[in-house]
Design a protein around this ligand. Sequence first.
Ligand code: 13P
Ligand code: SF4
Length: 308
Amino acid sequence: MNLKEEIDRLKKEKNAVILAHYYQEAEIQEIADYVGDSLGLSQQAEKVEADIIVFAGVHFMAETAKILNPSKKVLLPDLNAGCSLADSCPPEAFRQFIEQYPDHTVVTYINCSAAVKAMTDIVCTSSNAVKVIESIPKDQSIIFAPDKNLGKYLCHVTGREMVLWDGSCIVHEAFSIDKLLVLLKEHPDAKIIAHPESEEHILKTASYIGSTAGMLNCVKQNPEQKYIVATEAGILYEMRKEVPDAVLIPAPAKEDNTCACSECAYMKVNTLQKLYDCLLHEAPEIKLSEELRQQALIPINRMLKLSI
Ligand code: 13P
Ligand code: SF4
């Protein structure tokens, strides 16, 4: 069986679209109707008119799609596609945390559960985090969760002091600063571009810091440049497609990492076979209570209004 042809056939038969994150396997990105970063995917999900959304990404992304477009059936090829960052912020612990800071505005990174979003004033992604923080009046104190690395970066860029939740992404914390500096010596003409989920010492070496879509644009604007790319290695597929002549080197991971570069094991649990199976059986499906969906929608909509 040709899986790609079968997925295409099922997609037409069932009136489905495939939305995929840049960190998905290349073969999944190839068959997707839209490939993007967290913000782009949310904006697309909201607009989908087809009956079924197959979300080739991780759980919080598919959940966000369901929150934004509840009349659609949202499928995730493997429910094990979680996220270390979202997992680092259990809703009950977060509730207790924010109760300690009653007068604070609560900002959460989109990489969290619907239950955490429901306790949030405004959501952000790596594309619009600076804008979101700057939209909050200066005399207003802020809690930022769950990513402490993005949080520290935002404190630095905006000059705001924020109370940070102690969460992180295992993938973006896997970069080795020692190996990165050795690599830079070998390629002194290379520029480092990094995702803000990376640790402070990695971000200090970067000449551009931004979301996956932002990094892609950066490379497209100056394709003659040589780049060391500090984010999940899946983005290299789209970068190489868009800018085939650019020299792109994945930032090296620490010794104990399972992969020489940084790959998100959660993103990579999705496969073409699982995508086919989930379209065929219309499962696993993302479901959440209407009450929770409506609560989580408010802070997401606030973010989307700021991101037009
Ligand atoms: P963006 O898609 O906003 O760049 O975030 C990356 C990420 O880690 C998604 O899980
Ligand atoms: Fe979560 Fe990190 Fe994987 Fe993104 S790369 S899905 S933040 S574990």
